[in-house]
Design a protein around this ligand. Structure first.
Ligand SMILES: [Zn+2]
Ligand SMILES: [Zn+2]
Length: 79
């Protein structure tokens, strides 16, 4: 899975659920430029609603209830 990632604000989105392209201005902070993440960053992922975020950008940990749907359990996942 490719992940679009803003190095400025750590906003990220899955390629499959975003209309962003590499090189776009970040929709979140309007300052960073979106790149396709190629580093093996660890992601926090909810299998229930497909919410995810790069580890280290939030306090969500593996095993926590998903902050988005409040139903799934967040798992750690290497991209
Ligand atoms: Zn940004
Ligand atoms: Zn969820």
């Amino acid at each position: 899975m490719n992940v679009f990632y803003c190095p400025n604000c750590a906003h990220c989105a899955a390629e499959t659920e975003s209309a962003m392209r590499a090189g776009d201005i970040c929709p979140e902070c309007k300052e960073g430029y979106i790149g396709v993440e190629t580093l093996p960053i660890e992601m926090r992922y909810c299998p229930n609603c497909e919410w995810f975020q790069a580890a280290g950008t939030s306090s969500v940990r593996a095993g926590d209830i998903c902050p988005e749907c409040k139903k799934g359990y967040v798992t750690a996942r290497e991209r």
